[in-house]
Each structure stands twice: as structure tokens, then as C-alpha cells.
Design a protein around this ligand. Structure first.
Ligand code: TXA
Ligand code: MG
Length: 324
């Protein structure tokens, strides 16, 4: 199969929407990372998407909607979900909620759970595509399973070229990290994946948010509340990643942050200004750029553990974790 990249003007949108409606997978930009989309109401389309990604079947997928009214047709929103959706959507926040009885969504997107992860993306191209396709779109990040998420159309091509028919190009992703995933299916809100929307922002709207490790046995059950997609090794470049490095050892590339005089072919700076938002947007692209033959490992300097730094460090720890 040849993979075509098209611009996000009206004809590109129409082609992407047509393919989605015909049950084919299409890559498209969101404000977080590029997603690989499929019609979330079509079991065969969702299965084709798992196949294109080489993804373990037990990972449930995020379903994207054009607006929150559409999302409410498939998932049961409580007062907390309404509050968050009103304030933070469209945007990089995913809510895990009970599936509505009679939901049209494929059971495959929930991977057998009675919950579904829903989000309304902010990227204008994603929103135009959702409107044109007029179906909810299930979309994991548009890369092979276990590798670094794509933040440009070129990254998608490198990872999935030959495996999908179309990539809708819409520039570089502004956020650069996957959405925050918040589980509201039980009494205690649980932060399953840190992201651009911080735990503090969520807590200011709906009260305290727990982490999966804080959860007492028996709250809301078992499988669904442990994020099934959160494999420990994930977002991994092909060379090892070494964290909290001060110096690069011989043969290592260096990923640094903040004012740093070190320069060189194998040195990249996530943000010379020390701006965590800029660092998040650069993270995946720079990990890819340093992931080269002949590099022994990527050494990464310590990143501050506050604000977006929490999400950046989460991704870096996964990139550095022992490979499965
Ligand atoms: O920013 C993003 O969220 C991107 C863009 C494309 O929207 N998508 C993305 O999807 O990162 P993916 O499939 O790579 O990550 C989905 C995450 C996983 O951690 C998965 O475990 C969690 O959402 N998830 C999905 N459905 C769930 C459910 N029903 N219960 C618990 N966790 C769920
Ligand atoms: Mg992913």
C-alpha cells in the first residue's frame, strides 16, 4: 500500500472523511500528537487500526468527538464530567466514563471494559475532519505500538508508511504530549496519565484527584481503574535512554533543558529558556532526532517535576524503562 500525505484544505478533509466512512484508517493532527483514526462505530475499522499499529489488543482507545453533546450520546456524564467538559474542552483532556447502554461504539474501543475514554480535540483540522466524517473517531497515537508518538506528518510516515492509505497533514502539534487521562468511572477521580491539563487544574474544578497508586483496594473495581494502556515501557526510542544525567558519556547523545552552553551535533535543548511548554512540544521530535545509528544512549538532564514537567518526566521514565 502506498501512503499519501495530503494538506488539510477542503479536498484533503473530504478525502480523509470518505476513507474513514469506508472503514479505512487515516492519520490526522490533534493539538497533542497525530492520531491514527478509525470510525469508532465500526468493529472492522477499529480492528484494522489495531493491526496497522501492531498494537496489543487489550489497550482500549480514546474516542474523539466534534463536541461534548456528541460525546454525551455515548458516555454517561456526571456533574464532574460536565464541569470539566465545559471548562476544558475542546482540549487535551480525556475522560474515562461509563459507556451508555445502547452506545453505538464498537466494543473493541473499550477492549471489553464497561467504560469508554472520550475527548473533544481542539485542533481545527481534527474538528473539521470530525464534522465532515460525521462519526466518532477512535484514535491512538499514529505510530507503531511502543515507539515515540508522532508530532509531525513526516513522523507518521516514518512509522506507518506503507501500512495506511492517507495522512492528513496539519503542521506540528502544539502540545506535543498525549492528553491527560482522567478516570471518572468511580467515586475517586483518578489520574491515569499526566498531560498538558495538570492534576492541579482538574482539582480546582472538581476537588481532589488521586493517582492509581493511592487507590485503596475495592474502589470501583479492578481492571478498568488500572490504566490498561499504561505499559511501563512505552514511548521508547530504539536506543536506550538514561535519565538524570549531568554529563554525556562517550558515545551518548545529550538531551538538555534550560541555559546550557554545551553544543554539538548530538546535543539538543528542549528549551533554552527553561520553558516546560516549549519542552513538551519538542520532546518527541528531539528524542527521534537523537535516536540514530551509532548513538549508544540518549542521556537526559533532570527536568523539573512541576506543571507540564510531571507529564514530560512520565514519558521520559517510560522511554527509559526496561524494554518488554
Ligand atoms: O492525546 C491523545 O490522547 C492522543 C491523540 C491522538 O488524541 N491519543 C492517544 O491515544 O494517546 P492512546 O491510545 O495512545 O492512549 C490511550 C490511553 C491509554 O493510556 C489507555 O489505557 C487509556 O487512554 N484508556 C483508553 N480507554 C480507557 C478505558 N476505558 N479505561 C482506562 N483507560 C483507558
Ligand atoms: Mg500511544
Amino acid at each position: 500500500m502506498t501512503t499519501e500525505i495530503v494538506g488539510d484544505g477542503p479536498s484533503g478533509i473530504a478525502r480523509a472523511a470518505g476513507l474513514l466512512r469506508a472503514g479505512r484508517p487515516v492519520a490526522f493532527p490533534t493539538e497533542t500528537v497525530y492520531g491514527l483514526g478509525a470510525d469508532a462505530t465500526d468493529d472492522r475499522a477499529v480492528a484494522a487500526l489495531f493491526a496497522a499499529k501492531d498494537r496489543p489488543r487489550f489497550n482500549p482507545l480514546i474516542v474523539h468527538f466534534a463536541d461534548s453533546a456528541d460525546a454525551e450520546g455515548e458516555a454517561a456524564f456526571d456533574a464532574r464530567a460536565h464541569r470539566l467538559a465545559e471548562t476544558l474542552w475542546p482540549g487535551p483532556l480525556t475522560l474515562v466514563l461509563p459507556r451508555r447502554p445502547g452506545s453505538r461504539l464498537s466494543l473493541l474501543v473499550s477492549a471489553g471494559l464497561d467504560t469508554v475514554a472520550v475527548r473533544v480535540p481542539a485542533h481545527p483540522t481534527a474538528r473539521r475532519l470530525l464534522r465532515a466524517a460525521d462519526v466518532p473517531i477512535a484514535a491512538p497515537s499514529a505510530n507503531r505500538s511502543g515507539t515515540v508518538s508522532p508530532t509531525t506528518a513526516q513522523h507518521v510516515l516514518e512509522s506507518l508508511g506503507g501500512r495506511i492509505p492517507l495522512i492528513l497533514a496539519g503542521g506540528r502539534c502544539a502540545v506535543g504530549l498525549e492528553s491527560t487521562v482522567l478516570d471518572l468511572s468511580g467515586e475517586t477521580p483518578l489520574l491515569l496519565r499526566p498531560g498538558a491539563v495538570t492534576r492541579e487544574e482538574i482539582a480546582a474544578l472538581i476537588g481532589p484527584v488521586s493517582l492509581p497508586v493511592d487507590l485503596p483496594e475495592g474502589d470501583g473495581g479492578t481492571g478498568a481503574r488500572k490504566s490498561p494502556g499504561q505499559l511501563r515501557s512505552h514511548y521508547a526510542p530504539s536506543v536506550p535512554v538514561r535519565l538524570n544525567a549531568r554529563l554525556a558519556e562517550p558515545g551518548e547523545a545529550l538531551l538538555t533543558f534550560g541555559p546550557d552552553l554545551r553544543k554539538g551535533e548530538l546535543v539538543l535543548n528542549l528549551s533554552e529558556k527553561g520553558d516546560l511548554t516549549e519542552a513538551a512540544a519538542n520532546l518527541f521530535a528531539m528524542l527521534r532526532a537523537l535516536d540514530r545509528p551509532g548513538v549508544r544512549a540518549i542521556a537526559v538532564v533532570p527536568i523539573p517535576e512541576h506543571g507540564l514537567g510531571v507529564a514530560i518526566n512520565d514519558r521520559l521514565r517510560r522511554a527509559a524503562a526496561p524494554r518488554q
